[in-house]
Design a protein around this ligand. Structure first.
Ligand SMILES: Cc1cc2nc3c(=O)[nH]c(=O)nc-3n(C[C@H](O)[C@H](O)[C@H](O)COP(=O)(O)OP(=O)(O)OC[C@H]3O[C@@H](n4cnc5c(N)ncnc54)[C@H](O)[C@@H]3O)c2cc1C
Length: 137
């Protein structure tokens, strides 16, 4: 999401689920003392997500998985740095960013002139830049 945006979902629809139902936005707000308004600013929601992660899975490793193969006793995983290991169970939650779609009509147009919305983080500055560019063309 671009910087400075607010979540579209309401407060009640933005708690990250957990089996105990305790790691809500309200618990985050109470236990960290961080002020949270509605609609929820993206930056604060990301902070809530990181707080949630520290409560339930503090030992996350930030490494990319490049290959997964199913075997008789589980899965063999290969990481971007070449390390391999096996795991009896595997949950993939890789998100949607690899599924961005550009209509075929734009195939002949360079990505610089017709970019995908997911590539933009700072809409304010870029918008101004594009406006000036259009005027000069
Ligand atoms: C513009 C926009 C606005 C949105 N607004 C809202 C909203 O207001 N409210 C709401 O509830 N939802 C909203 N959503 C949807 C919400 O962001 C997603 O549903 C949610 O983030 C999905 O979570 P996820 O954990 O499945 O995937 P992600 O949050 O995308 O996480 C996937 C993770 O997997 C990692 N990963 C990917 N490939 C690999 C790999 N090969 N190896 C290792 N790691 C990998 C990525 O780096 C990433 O950290 C919005 C989405 C967008 C795009």
């Amino acid at each position: 999401m671009p910087a400075g945006m607010f979540l579209r979902s309401s407060w009640g629809a933005s708690h990250i689920a957990d089996p105990s139902g305790k790691l809500t936005l309200d618990t985050y707000r109470l236990s960290t003392g961080n002020y949270l308004s509605a609609p929820i600013p993206l930056k604060k929601f990301v902070d809530y997500g990181r707080w949630y992660q520290r409560q339930v899975v503090p030992d996350v490793e930030k490494r990319s998985v490049t290959d997964v193969e199913a075997g008789k006793h589980g899965f063999q995983l290969t990481l971007a740095d070449g390390e391999t290991f096996t795991s009896r169970r595997l949950i993939i939650a890789a998100g949607i960013d690899r599924f961005l779609w550009r209509p075929v009509e734009f195939d002949a147009v360079s990505p610089e002139l017709a970019s995908h919305s997911s590539e933009h983080r700072e809409l304010g500055l870029e918008g101004e830049w594009q406006w000036n560019r259009t005027v000069h063309c």
